[in-house]
Design a protein around this ligand. Structure first.
Ligand code: C5P
Length: 224
């Protein structure tokens, strides 16, 4: 029987991680786990309840009383905060602009990483994020570090936003993505960095299908 491996996909914003991870998971019959959605869920609730995002202690108190649930569905992964479906709300420009600030708090990361490890414990998962290969699943059988040029990533986010009915401009997205990359890469607590044993995949000139096929063939080698 094929092994139920763990696949870690990391990389900067807009590299295509979630779209490609979803396809890979579906193809293998694995569970897809979008860890960025968890950081977004915390940020969303903090903004809604008026908590200062630099106040790590109050944020942690809030998180300890919050139920975050990820639920696979035909339209992708749904996210529930305290029983409310926030899947669309966590993609707003406001949450996107503030999430890296929340994700920089080591105490918040520790709690979410604990949940992520539990979700992946049984194997058969494709997990995407920034620190999956380095911190969350250091023993993952397959680690991919996915990137693309900032221009291409901004263009993709723009199309994505248009599809979701969110207003956006490519120039603004470029700035926003570059700033988020900088904050995610320079923070002290598990920064965005390629794991030593990760395979680098530049998706700038790859189609979604080409990138998914490349990962699937690597995964199949590890599953025998
Ligand atoms: O993947 P997505 O763009 O939705 O992630 C939103 C933010 O959550 C990232 O910019 C990063 O600050 C944070 N994040 C993280 N570690 C992860 C996943 C996301 O710090 N594993």
């Amino acid at each position: 029987m094929a092994k139920k491996i763990q696949i870690a996909i990391d990389g900067p914003a807009g590299a295509g991680k979630s779209t490609i991870a979803k396809i890979v998971a579906e193809n293998l019959g694995f569970t897809y786990i979008d860890t960025g959605a968890m950081y977004r869920a915390v940020t969303y609730k903090a903004i809604e309840t008026g908590i200062q995002l630099e106040d790590a202690v109050t944020l942690e108190e809030m998180l300890r009383e919050t139920e975050i649930k990820l639920q696979p569905s035909n339209e992708g992964q749904l996210v529930f905060v305290d029983g409310n479906d926030v899947s669309a709300a966590i993609r707003s420009n406001e949450v996107t602009a503030h999430v890296s600030q929340v994700a920089a708090h080591a105490n918040i990361r520790e709690i979410l990483v604990g949940m992520q490890k539990q979700l992946a414990a049984a194997g058969g998962v494709v997990m995407d994020g920034r620190d999956i290969g380095t911190h969350v699943l250091p023993a993952a059988e397959l680690k991919i570090f996915m990137s693309a040029s900032v221009e291409e990533r901004a263009r993709r986010r723009h199309l994505d936003n248009e599809k979701r009915g969110i207003s956006s401009s490519i120039e603004k997205l470029k700035e926003e993505i570059a700033l988020r990359d900088k904050m995610d890469s320079e923070r002290e607590a598990s920064p965005l960095i390629q794991a030593k044993d990760a395979i680098f995949l530049d998706t700038t000139s790859l189609t979604i299908d080409e990138a998914a096929t490349a990962i699937l063939s690597l995964a199949k080698e590890k599953m025998v």
